[in-house]
Write a protein that binds this ligand. Structure first.
Ligand code: SAM
Length: 232
């Protein structure tokens, strides 16, 4: 269970109504039962149910079950697509290990808005399901141009684009350090976006192979390749 509260030996963790309902009504846990907790900072803790009510309860941390496992310093910049597939992108980026998720609006992005709170909940659920202890923050939607103009260039951007001709960088030649992966919308990047990205010194182009991948497939392929080439 993902909680906001600090975790530590003997730490009491109050539950919100939804968490209490899930544990004590849906899962039918009772006083004395053990629950695995994480908060994204303190690793995974085994906690015991000290108080159990329909809409509230208290758990007490007993022992740390796993150390905090932070992902490598990799961000994902992606263009939201259809709702379910955007949810899929956030879930897979969490499972595969991303430290931050930045939805962006490019010229051909067809989703003019996102539910940032709902996507953040998907990242939390994905971390719970893969027994992770880190939940990447999912930022609000912002224009690609604004994101690039305010970019901290100490973080390089790996730009995946199927239109790239010729020998794009291979992963092995990329320097370690903070990176972000940039994946475009279903309609791809516009000619002016491509021209702009080609001119930015902190942007490295990469091809994900000869076939055109769906944006959500490209996210999984790019993160996995980066993790193999640079991640840890
Ligand atoms: N531009 C294509 C079109 O108009 O049909 C489709 C874009 S593709 C569905 C969505 C995104 O996935 C692209 O913007 C790119 O970031 C990434 N992508 C898909 N296939 C790729 C490939 N073979 N190499 C690199 N990136 C790829």
């Amino acid at each position: 269970l993902c909680v906001e509260h600090p975790l530590g030996a003997g730490q009491a963790v109050p539950l919100d109504p939804d968490q209490a309902h899930y544990l004590f009504v849906v899962m039918r846990l009772e006083k004395g039962a053990r629950v695995a907790l994480f908060n994204g900072r303190d690793g995974e803790w085994t906690a015991e149910v000290a108080e159990a009510h329909k809409k509230r309860g208290i758990l007490v941390c007993v022992a740390q079950a796993a150390p905090q496992l932070d992902p490598p310093d990799l961000w994902l910049i992606f263009a939201p697509i259809k709702k379910e597939r955007t949810d899929f992108i956030v879930e897979k980026a969490t499972e595969l290990g991303c430290a931050r998720i930045l939805p962006m609006q490019s010229e051909f992005t067809n989703s003019a808005r996102i539910r940032q709170d709902r996507l953040q909940a998907h990242a939390r659920e994905a971390a719970e399901q893969c027994l992770g202890t880190f939940v990447p923050p999912v930022e609000d939607l912002q224009p690609l141009s604004k994101l690039l103009s305010g970019w901290d260039t100490s973080r390089r951007i790996l730009w995946a684009d199927e239109a790239l001709v010729g020998p794009a960088e291979t992963l092995a030649s990329l320097p370690p350090g903070p990176w972000a992966i940039l994946i475009g919308p279903e309609g791809g990047f516009s000619p002016s976006e491509r021209a702009k990205l080609r001119d930015l010194p902190f942007v490295t182009p990469i091809s994900l192979g000869p076939r055109i991948l769906r944006a959500d497939t490209a996210v999984c392929a790019a993160i996995t390749l980066w993790q193999i080439g640079i991640g840890d």
